[in-house]
Every structure is written in structure tokens, then in C-alpha cells.
Ligand binder design. Structure first.
Ligand code: SAM
Length: 246
């Protein structure tokens, strides 16, 4: 059993408590709903199925895949038969029938080192691939680490990989820059949009800091920062939208 799968199996039970009502997820939906409109959608590293449920309710026909049986078990409880699901490694996923769109949320593809396998996922020409991946520098997080004197953590994401740990299991997190994603996807994908998710505002683990006025004052700057392509990638996570041009 892979370490990623082992760690996520145990997290399956507590994951929803942390992520279901996440404000960040609704920000992702606001953006993704502009591109994932109809037809067959493949959700890679689907977790407990929050996105699968959302897109199904919007009329898409969702296929969801995750390496963790515990995550898929939660998805089954939540979505019933409305969603097709599979326990498996997304990197070797295959389908005879092409998808209208492919989606992967909250850093699922940061568990793998190369994204070249995405070229093999059958996608209809004109279809969108929407990825939510970890940024390589989160300014607010870095500032907090600096204030705490944890200097190594200020820049730790600038390494291309770091060892993470979840519930006692260790695993590797791979940071993909926009250029790396572009390289791995190859010339058949064109970058259409980029948006940041939390550069100068708080992620769920830093939400306690919102009691400080300065954090609230930074919100408009955060919105501007996250909306511009050059700065958007310098954030906790960023959304990139790619169109398959065949
Ligand atoms: C941070 S969670 C995100 C889950 C979900 N996308 C969401 O938005 O809640 C990452 C997910 O990726 C899954 N995962 C990691 N590596 C995978 C792989 N090689 N194939 C399929 N799923 C994988 C994990 O089991 C976990 O459910």
C-alpha cells in the first residue's frame, strides 16, 4: 500500500470536517463553473466527493477516481449511484470514451512528480482541464513563519519536493510551477486562465489570524493579486485552466 494511500485512508474519516464547508472550495467552484459546463467530467484524486456532488447537481456526468478506498467509501455515501467512481491510481487511468472536461482539486496532482500522464487522458478537442495545485510561495504563510523565526519554512516550497506527513505517514509533495505543468502537458494544451487562491489572506489553518484588523485590510490586495496571472501563481494554491486543442 502506498504511503499516500495509507495516509489518505485514515484522513477519509476526518477530511470532510475540515474541507466540506471550506470557503476556498466555493471560490474554486465559482471559477470552475465557468468552464465545466456540460457533458462527461473526470475528477482526478476526488477525495470524499464534494466536487463530484457539486458538478453532478449542475447536470454533469461525473466519473471520480481516487487511490484511497476510504475516500471513495465516503464519496459513495454522499453521492450514491449519481457518480461513477473507481479506486485507482489516476496516473494510469484509461477510458475508451473521451471526456468533455477533466478536473482535479486541492492539490491531488501534487502527490505525483510528473504530469505527463495527463496527455493520455482522452479529452474532446476544445475540452477544458482545470487543475488546482499548490503554489511555490504563499506570501502570508511565509510572513507568519518569518515572524515566528521559522526561517527554513519561509522558503520551503521553493524546493521542488518536500516530505509531508499525515497522521504518522510520510509522503512526498511535488510543487509544480506553471511552466512545469505546461511542459508536462505538451503542445496539445493551451493555457487559458490562471487564478490564485489565498496569497495575502488566510488558509483554514491560519483562520484564527482573522481577528487581526491588518489581515482583513489585506483582503482587497489579495483579490487583486489572485486575479492577475503573473502574481496568481504566488499564492497558497492556484487554479490553471487548459484547453485541449488536439
Ligand atoms: C488533498 S486531497 C484532495 C481531494 C479532493 N480533490 C478535494 O478537493 O477534496 C488529495 C487526494 O488525492 C488522492 N490521491 C493522491 N495520489 C493519488 C493518485 N496517484 N491517484 C488517485 N488519487 C490520488 C488522495 O487519496 C486524496 O484523496
Amino acid at each position: 500500500m502506498s504511503l499516500v494511500r495509507g495516509a489518505n485512508d485514515r484522513q477519509g474519516e476526518i477530511y470532510d470536517e475540515f474541507f466540506v464547508d471550506s470557503r476556498i472550495r466555493s471560490d474554486v467552484w465559482k471559477f470552475a463553473d465557468r468552464f465545466l459546463i456540460k457533458g462527461r467530467l473526470l475528477d482526478l484524486g476526488c477525495g470524499t466527493g464534494e466536487d463530484a456532488l457539486h458538478f453532478t447537481q449542475r447536470g454533469l456526468e461525473v466519473t471520480a477516481i481516487d487511490i484511497s478506498p476510504a475516500m471513495i467509501a465516503r464519496l459513495k455515501l454522499k453521492c450514491g449511484e449519481a457518480v461513477r467512481y473507481e479506486v485507482g491510481d489516476m496516473c494510469s487511468y484509461g477510458s475508451d470514451k473521451p471526456f468533455d472536461a477533466v478536473f482535479s482539486n486541492f492539490s491531488a496532482v501534487n502527490y505525483v512528480s510528473s504530469l505527463e500522464w495527463l496527455r493520455r487522458i482522452p479529452l474532446l478537442p476544445g475540452g477544458y482541464l482545470v487543475l488546482v495545485t499548490l503554489g511555490r510561495f504563499y506570501p502570508l504563510g511565509a510572513a507568519i513563519f518569518l515572524l515566528k523565526g521559522q526561517l527554513r519554512r519561509v522558503t520551503h516550497r521553493l524546493q521542488s519536493t518536500i516530505e509531508g506527513s499525515l497522521d504518522g505517514s510520510t509522503f512526498t509533495v511535488h510543487y509544480h510551477s506553471l511552466n512545469k505543468i505546461r511542459h508536462d502537458l505538451g503542445p496539445s494544451f493551451e493555457l487559458k486562465h490562471v487564478a490564485g487562491l489565498r496569497a495575502l489572506s488566510t488558509t483554514p489553518d491560519l483562520r484564527h489570524l482573522e481577528r487581526f484588523g491588518v489581515i482583513r485590510l489585506l483582503r482587497p490586495i489579495d483579490a487583486w493579486w489572485c486575479a492577475h496571472r503573473l502574481t496568481a501563481v504566488i499564492s497558497d494554491q492556484f487554479i490553471s485552466v487548459w484547453q485541449f486543442v488536439g
